[in-house]
Design a protein around this ligand. Structure first.
Ligand code: DWN
Ligand code: SAH
Length: 403
């Protein structure tokens, strides 16, 4: 039995992925030898409905000056964050001289919009290498892990915030009660918290288990988000589905009573109950589908190898670390993975040690099959790769080959 990070009740893990490395711990050939692994298990709390990792590595092991994920590698995501920023600006920043804070602002993909509009902004980003990229673009950024203490320091220096935004970060933080308390004190009377994260409903529907890796400690639903923030006097006022990162949800919250609650919240919670996100039986069934996905992918790649086909990967994502280690897929089955991020190139993938190469190597390889590890960017990548003559492999919503 484990204790829920939200409500402290006991829950039982429903799946174990075995030993997993740091998902973004790309490693140099000469440093091979003492990689860190942790036992990755996931559970669903029947009281508050939070789906969560049982254990997680220390935050400094994951987020540091060598952090390998740079948000601006996707031009579609840059457009998405521009629209996100425009929505915040037109809906919630109508007062004089507004102030916005972003947690986990990375290389400034979202805040660059506020900077361009001359809106007072602050990014809080602990991984100094990505924060440096934002600073070099003139985006106001502090290198810190956001928490309750940092929130108080921000208030003394800048005053209260009209909007607190964060995307793909809230689900990374096990000390989430400290985050909620910090946001509650930091927000002005009409201030809003607006955040996006991969949605448990999509993970359930697509069996997209690769969303589960060290950094992602929580898999949110409207039910669990409402429960969590109500513990801190905040109200879920809106929920809007997003197509990004394989299916995400944007939650908007405010001080209790400050805004009307949109009907979308009640509707979504009804839907979540109807698809069984509150029912442990469905998580047991998800486990069965994940196990089938593992067998199918391994068998497909093994059979291609025995036919002498050339197979490579596209996008050395954090998500791919879970797939490769869980399915036991190494360089014998996938020759290399191409990725446009310089810090990943020339290194080996965490745990399974598949070489990561430059994009040009993908073009030159003329591979028969390419595993689309960055499946969440499928539209963007298919547009770019319309000339590729080989076939693609994906595992969502089930293992299949497509052209
Ligand atoms: O939550 C998180 C999300 C936002 O980003 C973090 N915990 C870590 C990271 O997860 P990920 O690594 O699974 O994210 P992506 O966005 O799926 O990563 C895409 C990878 O593929 C990047 O390394 C860039 C690369 N890429 C590429 O080589 N060619 C991406 C595109 C769009 C391309 O055309
Ligand atoms: N928001 C960006 C980056 C997501 S990656 C995007 O959507 O593309 C997750 C980011 O959260 C990393 O840059 C990591 O350094 C940061 N992070 C992790 N814990 C944090 C904390 N306590 N406070 C602020 N940022 C944090």
């Amino acid at each position: 039995m484990s204790l829920c990070l939200i409500c402290n009740n006991e829950y039982k893990p429903f799946i174990s992925f075995g030993p997993q490395p740091i998902a973004n711990g790309f490693i140099k050939m000469e440093d091979l030898g003492n990689e860190y692994f942790f036992d990755m298990q996931v559970g669903h709390c029947e009281v508050c409905n939070m789906v969560q990792l049982v254990d997680q590595p220390d935050r400094e092991q994951m987020f540091n000056s060598n952090y390998a994920f740079f948000s601006s590698t996707s031009t579609y995501m840059a457009k998405h964050f521009q629209q996100f920023a425009e929505t915040i600006k037109s809906t919630y920043l109508q007062n004089d001289n507004p102030f916005v804070v972003e947690m986990g602002s990375n290389d400034g993909i979202m805040l660059q919009n506020f900077k361009n509009w001359n809106i007072r902004h602050l990014g809080v980003e602990p991984s100094s290498n990505v924060a440096d990229v934002a600073r070099s673009k003139g985006i106001n950024t502090i290198v810190e892990f956001f928490d309750e203490e940092v929130a108080k320091n921000i208030i003394s220096e800048y005053g209260k915030a009209d909007a607190f935004m964060t995307a793909n970060v809230m689900c990374h933080i096990p000390y989430i009660h400290s985050i909620a308390k910090g946001i509650k004190t930091l927000l002005s009377d009409n201030g809003v918290l607006c955040f996006e994260d991969p949605y448990m409903g999509d993970i359930m529907e697509k069996a997209s288990y690769d969303q589960i890796y060290d950094e992602h400690v929580f898999f949110f639903s409207a039910m669990s988000v409402k429960y969590l923030f109500e513990m801190h006097g905040m109200e879920l006022i809106d929920a809007a589905h997003q197509t990004t990162h394989g299916g995400s949800m944007r939650y908007t919250l405010a001080h209790k009573g400050a805004y009307n609650v949109s009907k979308s919240v009640e509707d979504l919670i009804e839907k979540e109950k109807s698809i069984g996100l509150n029912n442990s039986k469905n998580y047991a069934e998800l486990k069965t589908r994940i196990e089938k996905s593992k067998t199918d992918l391994y068998e497909l790649l093994s059979s291609l190898k025995s036919q002498g086909k050339k197979v490579v990967g596209y996008g050395a994502t954090s998500k791919s670390t879970t797939i490769l280690n869980y399915c036991n897929i190494g360089p014998d089955l996938i020759e290399f993975i191409s990725d446009t991020t310089p810090i990943k190139q020339g290194k080996l993938t965490p745990g399974m040690h598949i070489p990561v190469k430059e994009y040009n190597d993908f073009i030159a390889s003329d591979a028969d099959y390419t595993v689309l590890f960055a499946w969440n960017h499928k539209t963007e990548i298919m547009e770019k790769e319309s000339k590729y003559k080989g076939k693609w492999i994906t595992h969502v919503p089930f293992v299949q080959v497509f052209e």
